[in-house]
Design a protein around this ligand. Structure first.
Ligand code: ADP
Ligand code: CDP
Length: 236
């Protein structure tokens, strides 16, 4: 398998073609962005940590029956994945209220959400990823009705698997974002699952162990990611 042309450089990862038309290489960079790319910094070791962390989580999900794009780790900062036709949609599940949910709805921070809530967002930085509903997705043909059903079911299935994985390691999975894509007629989990795209709080102190440390300028971002990895037993 040979790395070929760069296809796309996103805010945190670069995507490369390979000599296999069905496979891509994802390069996890040290770049860290927030507020739709307005705040960007390089954080030493983050690319490597996220690459290893993502591989660990994708393997756990696969073992629990969630089909993902992940194939294998190639080196410190790169992994091989199946090439998906990505849907332009972000799926968010929330177990505890915080972030944009509180800003939008004026609800209190830190409420346990029972049942957890689900939101779709359109993946579009220029429009600041607006919230959308099932009807927008159908009317604009961003996905089919069957895909909507699958995205919801898979995102909640991931919640069942990962909330207990993190709880066993002393952390609360507060919320997270997933992206899905089409592959040979199936819908697979794509992109990444790392502390860049979820919120994790210490179960006792509620200390933030995720990208909110970067968004809010709290410092110790990479150290927090390393602590999460160490608690889960991810070898860095
Ligand atoms: P962003 O697009 O938010 O800046 P990244 O820097 O993480 O995000 O860029 C990675 C890009 O690769 C994203 O647009 C994501 O949708 C896309 N992507 C992730 N996994 C796959 C895949 N398996 N096949 C095709 N594209 C993918
Ligand atoms: O981060 P912000 O408060 O603006 O957004 P949110 O809607 O509260 O984010 C919910 C969850 O999705 C958080 O875990 C974010 O890290 C994640 N997310 C993401 O990874 N990428 C986005 N473009 C939007 C949200």
């Amino acid at each position: 398998m040979k790395k070929q042309d760069e296809l796309f450089a996103g805010k945190a990862k670069t995507v490369y073609a390979t000599d296999d038309a069905d496979k891509l290489i994802l390069h996890f960079r040290n770049d860290t962005s927030a507020f739709d790319g307005e705040k960007i910094e390089q954080l030493d070791r983050k690319g490597r940590i996220n690459n290893r962390f993502n591989a660990f989580i994708m393997e756990k999900l696969k073992a629990a029956g969630v089909a993902t794009h992940f194939e294998k780790i190639l080196n410190d900062e790169e992994s091989l994945v199946k090439k998906l036709e990505m849907l332009p949609i972000e799926c968010v599940v929330r177990n505890i209220s915080t972030g944009s949910l509180c800003r939008r709805l004026g609800v209190e921070e830190g409420l346990d959400l029972n049942p957890p809530t689900f939101e779709f967002f359109l993946k579009n930085d220029e429009l600041h990823d607006p919230m959308i509903n099932d009807y927008h997705i159908l009317s604009f043909k961003w996905a089919t009705g069957d895909e909507i059903t699958q995205m919801k079911a898979l995102t909640f299935k991931v919640n069942d698997i990962l909330a207990s994985l993190f709880r066993d390691a002393g952390m609360l999975l507060v919320d997270y974002k997933l992206e899905f894509g089409r592959y040979r007629g199936a819908l697979l989990l794509g992109d990444e699952f790392t502390p860049d795209g979820c919120r994790l709080w210490d179960i006792e102190t509620r200390k933030k162990l995720d990208k909110d440390r970067f968004r809010q300028g709290l410092g110790g971002v990479v150290e927090a990611y390393e602590e999460v990895a160490q608690r889960l037993g991810v070898s860095l």
